[in-house]
Write a protein that binds this ligand. Sequence first.
Ligand code: IPM
Ligand code: MN
Length: 358
Amino acid sequence: MAASPLRVAVVPGDGIGVEVIAEAVKALTAVADAAGKEVRLTPFDWGAERYLRTGVTLPPGCLELLQEGFDAILLGAMGDPRVPDNKHAADILLGLRFKLDLYVNYRPVRLFHERLCPLKGAKPEDVDFVVFRENTEGLYVMMGGHFKKDTPDEVATEIDLNTRKGVERILRHAFEHAKARGRTRLVMADKSNVLIHAHELWLRVFQAMAAQYPGIEARHLYVDNLALQMVREPRQFQVIVTSNMFGDIVTDLAAGLQGGLGMAASGNIHPGQVSLFEPVHGSSPALAGKNVANPMGAILTAGLLLEHLGWAEEAARIESAVRWAVESERTTSDIGGSLGTREVGDAIEARLRGSPVG
Ligand code: IPM
Ligand code: MN
């Protein structure tokens, strides 16, 4: 019996999102065809253009539609200079993270070739870890306010919201990932020396949970020290887990170690429920429409989507096709090559189909 088709909602979004998602879709289709399986892709035009035209960011009923009709969502990027406050991006990207309760932000960090790493002498085996970023709480909840706005006495607050349930579930996920993948070192990074309430909760829950995983060396680092250590000796890291805002920051640093934002992939996951996959980079308006954006982050993201849905073999094929393209210098200029977005995508597609590669 043929495996049932995967149902993927595709939201290219804005700017270079459109271009890189086109290449990710080519890779998805190619890897499925080669395996005799089916991925059913349904495009959605959510993004700046539609918002400017209609005032709608996330259309009514879309959550139910995604939850009932799809296995996963593949999203490009949100952000457009014509929407200076980025309202549509907040509504769509953060909205989906919150409303679909996608509490795990999974960001694997792999170096495919030493020439991509800015660290002197760093080899691919030195940069191979995953970051789990809490994705539904912390400083991202947009609670807070202004008082005496637009006066010299103005006050602005932003609440860092942390719940025991929220902290427990992301830490649990990170420990279980380490256990399942045979990873023996896990770091939890916080700032509990200063955030003596919110991050003291993180530290307490972490220490209690670490005791349940005797096979895993669980280490606590302050996040400032983590940033230093990631640059000095990334090799020590296998699994990192941290809060929403700190995870946002350290994953850009981590992307730098693997060749820049163009190489970084991510999944916004709620295990067992419809989850959202997006490259870490943004919409880069300045690069949009020029066929110069690196599609590898988006293609690797498509691989994460497949891995998440149980297509392990196809996911591994996508990763190794990207690795091959990097090794054979079929890349865009951000990582030293001379190909365009489409040409990189064509090469990876051909590799996945087993057809002759240009
Ligand atoms: C990311 C991005 C987003 C974030 C922005 C676009 C809201 O930087 O996914 O890392 O801060 O989470
Ligand atoms: Mn970010």
